[in-house]
Design a protein around this ligand. Structure first.
Ligand SMILES: Nc1ncnc2c1ncn2[C@@H]1O[C@H](COP(=O)(O)OP(=O)(O)OP(=O)(O)O)[C@@H](O)[C@H]1O
Ligand SMILES: [Mg+2]
Length: 249
């Protein structure tokens, strides 16, 4: 469904993606982990053509994203939902209208049908009591969940999630994992999930890949990933369980 072949991308004079290659199968949940600044968000931007590679190719559903024209890009973006790292809500609209907007734009549903769909997802994400509030009036975790509701409401074929559980408490994080998994089973959705949350990665991933300095250094099913012999992967895994004492820093 998604394939990166030898993708290179430099930004601000620095090589961010360095011969990056991986593929995501239809209907799978593909997890991308890796240190901060290693190119995870930049990778997601390439999938919907917000950035173009300097070299190499990115294909989605057999189509080359790097050479797409505006109309093709618009069609790709309609079929692809994206949860941006910061949530990305319209600050001048309340939560209900933010979530309803994609349905008003991409479907021919009546307002009543839209209302039913929007309420269903808002109730699931425990946002129904805040639906008349503006994005500036709710907590960071709620903004995140509202961004998620907005991204998935049109039931896209492909969902890209940039850190869906960061800033959420563990109970809500597991609930988001459940939602990602539910969407996969219900709609055979293909998902790419960028996360620092190992529990989430192991819970929902069919494949876990670790990005390091712009390339994939490990790519395996979760049970093999956790047993990887690569020292950088080991360090990433053990860091999740060890808290340093202030004196060690
Ligand atoms: N639009 C841009 N212009 C210039 N540099 C950029 C741009 N976007 C990203 N970068 C740089 O590319 C590198 C990778 O950024 P990216 O956002 O992909 O990291 P990340 O792996 O998502 O990190 P994090 O876990 O902190 O979100 C960083 O050095 C960043 O400063
Ligand atoms: Mg990022």
């Amino acid at each position: 469904m998604i394939e990166f072949r030898n993708v290179e991308k430099s930004l601000g004079g620095r090589k961010v993606l360095d011969h990056l290659s991986f593929h995501v199968k239809e209907g799978e949940t593909f997890i991308l982990v890796g240190p901060s600044g290693t190119g995870k968000s930049v990778t997601l931007s390439h999938i919907i053509g917000l950035m173009r590679p300097d070299a190499g190719s990115v294909t989605v559903d057999g189509l080359h994203v790097e050479t797409m024209r505006r109309k093709e890009l618009e069609s790709l973006r309609r079929r692809t939902g994206m949860l941006f790292q910061g949530g990305a809500l319209m600050n001048w609209m309340n939560i209900y209208d933010n979530v309803a907007l994609p349905l008003r734009e991409c479907s021919r549903l009546t307002e009543e049908e839209i209302r039913r769909k929007v309420l269903e997802i808002l109730v699931f994400l425990e946002l129904e009591e805040s639906m008349h509030k503006m994005p500036g009036e709710i907590s960071g975790g709620m903004v995140k969940r509202a961004g998620l509701a907005r991204a998935v409401v049109c039931e896209p074929k492909i969902m890209l999630y940039d850190e869906p559980t960061s800033g959420l408490d563990p109970v809500m994080s597991r609930k988001i994992d459940g939602l990602i998994d539910l969407l996969k089973r219900k709609f055979r959705m293909t998902s790419v999930v960028v996360t620092h949350d190992l529990v989430s990665a192991l819970n929902i991933g069919d494949t876990v890949a670790m990005l390091y300095e712009g390339r994939v250094i490990e790519c395996a099913p979760p049970d093999q990933f956790v047993n990887s012999g690569n020292p950088l992967v080991r360090e990433f895994i053990t860091a999740q369980f060890h808290t340093r004492k202030a004196g060690d820093l």
